[in-house]
Design a binder for this molecule. Structure first.
Ligand code: PFF
Length: 460
C-alpha cells in the first residue's frame, strides 16, 4: 500500500470512474439477479412483483445507493469507521457493525450457492444435460451430498479470500472490466432462445402482464428486500466501495449506471427463466433455492446444434455466473475486511483469512440444508430450509433495516445539505438534489418503516 506525504497509509483508489462503476456493478450483479430475482418473483406473483420491484429500485434503491456512496467517499472509511467519522462517540457506528455482521452471514450462504455454480461448470462441460436429463435429480445430487456441498462451498470461499487478500486494484478491478459485458451478451442470447420456445407465451404473460390484485404487503416487502439485496445496499458495501472513489468522479451518474445495469440483468434473468419454466410445465412459485438451477439446465438441451450448443452455452453461462458471484462475494468479504483493517488494525491478509474463515464455518449448515441433513432442510416450526431462512433474515430483513437506518442518518442526522456538498465536490453540480433530498428524507424511511411495522404486526 502506498504512503501519503504525511507517512500515513494512502487509500487505494479505483483506476478510473469506469473502473469503479464496473466494480460496483460487479458487486451488485451476482446470484441475486440470476438466482434470487426469478425465485422471489416466482413466489410473489410474477408480473405484479416485477412492477413493484421496478418502483422500489427507482424510488428507494437508487436514492439509498447514492446515500451510501456519499458517506463512503466523504469519510473514506469502512461502514463502522464512516459513522464514527461523521458522528463521533454516537451509537450510529452500531449501524455499521450490523452491516459488517450482515455481510458475514450473507457471505456464509452466498458461497454455498456459488459453490453449486462451480459444480455446474463441470457438469455442463461433461454434457450431462442432454435431452431427457433429470435436472432436478442432478441438482439434488450436487446440493444434497455433504461432501460435494461442503467441498464446493470451501473452494468458493477460498477463491474469494484469495482475491480479497490481493486488494482492490489488482484483485477486483481487473476481472470485472472484461467479464461483465460478456455475461450480458450471453444472457441476451439465452433470453432469445427462451422466448422462442413452445409455450413461452404463458411464461411471458406470467412475467409481464401484471395482475395487480396479487399485490399484498408481503409482496411489496419482498420486492424492496430483493432490490436491496440485488443492489448490494443496506449493509455498507457501497459505503466501502464509495470510500475508494476519487473526489473527481460524479457520484450521481455512477449510482445511475450501477442501478440501471443491475436491474437490466435481473429483468433478463426473468426473461430466461419464466418462459423456460412454463415450457417445461413447472410451477413458478415452487422449488426453493434449486429452482433456477433446475430450470436453466433444462433449457440447454434445446440449444442447437445438439449436443454442442448446450455444452458450449451451458459451460459459458456457469463460468460467467461463477465469476459474477465472485465479484459479489468479494465485495461482501471486502466490507468485513476493511472493518478488520481500519478498526482492528489487522493486516489485510489476516482480516480476509480470519473473517472469510468464520463465514465459511457459519455457512456449513446452509451447505447441509438442501437434503444432506433433514432438519436443516426443513426447519421444524419455520417451514423452510436453513439457507432460505438465512437469506430471509440477513439477505432481506437485515438489509431493509440497515437501509432504513442509513437513510435516516444521512437525511436527518448528517443532513442532506452536507451530503449534497460531497456530491458537488466533483465540480459537476447536483441537479437532482431536490428530488434526492425528498426521497431520502421522506419516501425511503417512511415506506420502509410502514413495511416493517406491517411485517411485525403480521407475526402476532
Ligand atoms: N448484490 C449481490 C447479488 O445480487 O448477488 C449480493 C450482495 C453483495 C448483497 C454485496 C449485499 C452486498 F453487500
Amino acid at each position: 500500500m502506498a504512503m501519503d506525504s504525511a507517512g500515513g497509509p494512502q487509500r487505494d483508489t479505483w483506476g478510473s470512474k469506469a473502473a469503479f462503476v464496473l466494480a460496483a456493478a460487479g458487486s451488485a450483479v451476482g446470484l441475486g439477479n440470476i438466482w434470487g430475482f426469478p425465485t422471489v418473483a416466482g413466489q410473489n406473483g410474477g408480473a405484479a412483483f416485477l412492477a413493484i420491484y421496478l418502483l422500489a429500485v427507482l424510488l428507494i434503491g437508487a436514492p439509498v445507493m447514492l446515500a451510501e456512496l456519499i458517506v463512503g467517499r466523504h469519510t473514506q472509511k469502512n461502514p463502522v469507521g464512516a459513522f464514527k467519522a461523521i458522528m463521533p462517540g454516537s451509537l450510529w457506528s452500531l449501524v455499521g457493525a450490523l452491516g459488517v455482521l450482515t455481510g458475514l452471514v450473507i457471505l456464509s450462504f452466498y458461497t454455498v450457492i456459488a459453490g453449486w455454480t462451480l459444480a455446474y461448470i463441470l457438469k455442463t462441460a461433461m454434457g450431462v444435460f442432454g435431452p431427457g436429463a433429470d435436472t432436478a435429480a442432478i441438482f439434488a445430487e450436487v446440493s444434497g451430498s455433504p461432501v460435494s456441498a461442503i467441498g464446493w462451498h470451501a473452494l468458493f470461499a477460498g477463491i474469494t479470500i484469495a482475491v480479497v487478500v490481493k486488494g482492490v486494484r489488482d484483485g477486483i478491478e481487473r476481472w470485472t472490466k472484461i467479464l461483465m459485458p460478456v455475461l450480458f451478451g450471453l444472457l441476451v442470447l439465452l433470453a432469445i432462445r427462451a422466448v422462442t420456445l413452445s409455450g413461452a407465451g404463458d411464461g411471458l404473460a406470467f412475467y409481464l402482464k401484471p395482475d395487480f390484485s396479487q399485490i399484498t404487503g408481503s409482496v411489496v416487502l419482498a420486492a424492496v428486500g430483493q432490490a436491496f439485496f440485488s443492489l448490494s445496499l443496506g449493509m455498507g458495501a457501497m459505503i466501502t466501495y464509495g470510500s475508494y472513489v476519487s473526489k473527481k468522479d460524479d457520484l450521481v451518474s455512477s449510482a445511475g449506471w450501477v442501478t440501471g445495469f443491475d436491474t437490466t440483468i435481473a429483468i433478463l434473468a426473468g426473461l430466461i427463466i419464466f418462459p423456460t419454466l412454463f415450457h417445461a410445465g413447472l410451477e413458478p412459485g415452487a422449488g426453493g433455492p434449486g429452482m433456477v438451477f433446475v430450470v436453466l439446465t433444462s433449457l440447454l438441451s434445446s440449444i442447437p446444434p445438439d449436443p454442442y450448443g448446450g455444452i458450449i452455452f451451458g459451460t459459458g453461462f456457469f463460468v460467467l455466473l461463477a465469476i459474477a458471484a465472485l465479484t459479489s462475494s468479494v465485495s461482501l468479504l471486502e466490507v468485513c475486511t476493511s472493518w478488520g483493517v481500519d478498526e482492528k488494525g489487522w493486516t489485510r491478509k489476516k482480516a480476509a483469512v480470519m473473517l472469510g474463515g468464520v463465514a465459511f464455518v457459519i455457512g456449513v449448515p446452509s451447505a447441509l440444508a438442501n437434503g444432506a441433513v433433514g432438519w436443516l432442510s426443513n426447519i421444524p416450526g419455520v417451514g423452510m430450509d436453513f439457507l432460505s431462512f438465512m437469506f430471509l433474515l440477513f439477505g432481506q430483513y437485515s438489509l431493509v433495516i440497515g437501509a432504513l437506518l442509513i437513510s435516516l442518518f444521512v437525511a436527518w442526522v448528517w443532513g442532506v445539505n452536507a451530503a449534497g456538498d460531497e456530491v458537488r465536490a466533483s465540480g459537476k453540480g447536483f441537479a437532482l438534489a431536490g428530488a434526492w433530498g425528498f426521497l431520502i428524507r421522506f419516501l425511503c424511511p417512511l415506506a420502509i418503516l410502514i413495511l416493517l411495522v406491517q411485517l411485525v404486526s403480521s407475526l402476532f
